[in-house]
Write a protein of this length. Structure first.
Length: 339
């Protein structure tokens, strides 16, 4: 099968792109590691490499847009103890789905899911986690330390420490909410450690003070991975937080500007830490918008800041109630390193 995507450079170890090609067609390629749907549930196909993230689209034209992870070599795939996996010799994608019942207690669900996923990647020999995606129900439900997201952070942290992952090994991540049933957590892992990158404008999430919950969130701001061919940069969900404080409450334009400034600073930090010749430019963005009514303003603003970048817009709850927008993304090919 040929995949004629504008951003696809098939000679790389791993390429990520968005496409509205049908799921069945994508999965017919043995090089496809994963196809993640959003928007309208669109396919009944049973394949461990395919799952839905649980979030809705904001633009009708994006209802059928799939996120694809495409390997330069054929992959192996299967399901083991509920973990859906696919891998080639360098990388592994694993996904775990939890039903509505299991997802009710997000501390327990998070702890259980992370224990299973971490044990799985360790057992398979891909213990270095590059990126994790968390899509969970009702993350803003509950008050104070009982809030779903804070409970989830507690369970996730317990699992990381129980499986002996120090905070230096926490991967880039995002955590978003919806009001449907069940949770999905998926990850990309490899055999050697990515370069973890923090944002000079932001407190490291694992050092957030107690006021944000009983356990600080276990993630890095970005992860840079060197594959045998080519390098990629994965940006964590980035929002209007400076230091550890949310900025521009009830001000969408202000939150967007601060989010862009944070992304700029993260990209500049990646350039410096990896000695790149230039700041990387994202190839893909995922923009999470809390209120559907804000979509047009967000899209206009993202398009003018990142012209021509493939962008998927999804409706989602963001982990702090006052945050209206969050953006993550990745770079398929990094600028070369300085001589
Ligand atoms: C923040 O910067 C916003 O809990 O995995 C961003 C990325 C956020 C990842 C996570 C949360 C997570 O704190 C929220």
């Amino acid at each position: 099968m040929s995949l004629c995507e504008p951003n696809l450079r098939p000679y790389e170890s791993l390429t990520c792109f968005y496409t509205s090609q049908p799921v069945e067609q994508l999965l017919s390629s043995t090089n496809v590691l994963a196809v993640i749907s959003s928007g309208e549930p669109n396919s009944q196909v049973q394949d461990p490499r395919h799952f839905h993230c649980g979030l809705g689209a904001l633009d009708r034209a994006q209802e059928q847009l799939q996120e694809v992870f495409y390997s330069d070599v054929p992959v192996a795939t299967g399901i083991e103890h509920g973990v859906r996996w696919s891998r080639n010799k360098d990388m592994l994608i694993a996904a775990l789905w939890m039903d509505a019942c299991d997802s009710r207690d997000l501390r327990q669900a998070g702890r259980d899911a992370y224990q299973r996923l971490l044990r799985f990647v360790i057992a398979e020999g891909y213990p270095q986690i590059i990126r994790m995606w968390n899509y969970l129900p009702d993350i803003n439900r509950g008050e104070g330390d009982d809030e779903g997201y804070r409970q989830f952070c507690q369970g996730r942290q317990e699992a990381f420490y129980e499986t002996r992952y120090p905070r230096e090994a926490f991967p880039a991540a995002c955590a978003l909410g919806h009001h449907g049933d069940g949770s999905v957590i998926y990850l990309l892992a490899g055999k050697s450690a990515p370069l973890h990158i923090e944002n000079p404008r932001q407190e490291s999430a694992y050092n957030y003070p107690r006021q944000y919950g009983p356990a600080s969130p276990s993630f890095a701001r970005a992860g840079l991975v060197h594959w045998p061919v080519g390098s990629q940069l994965y940006l964590s969900g980035t929002a209007s937080i400076v230091g550890h404080q949310s900025r521009h409450i009830n001000n969408l334009a202000g939150q967007l500007q601060t989010t862009f400034d944070n992304i700029d600073s993260l990209l500049a930090q990646a350039k410096q830490q990896a000695s790149l010749a230039a700041s990387p430019v994202p190839d893909l963005l995922k923009v999470y918008v809390r209120h559907a009514a804000d979509y047009q303003q967000v899209a206009d603003s993202v398009n003018s800041r990142f012209p021509g970048v493939s962008t998927l817009y999804l409706q989602a709850d963001i982990c702090r109630r006052e945050l209206l927008v969050e953006i993550d993304g990745m770079c398929n090919q990094l600028p070369r390193t300085r001589a």
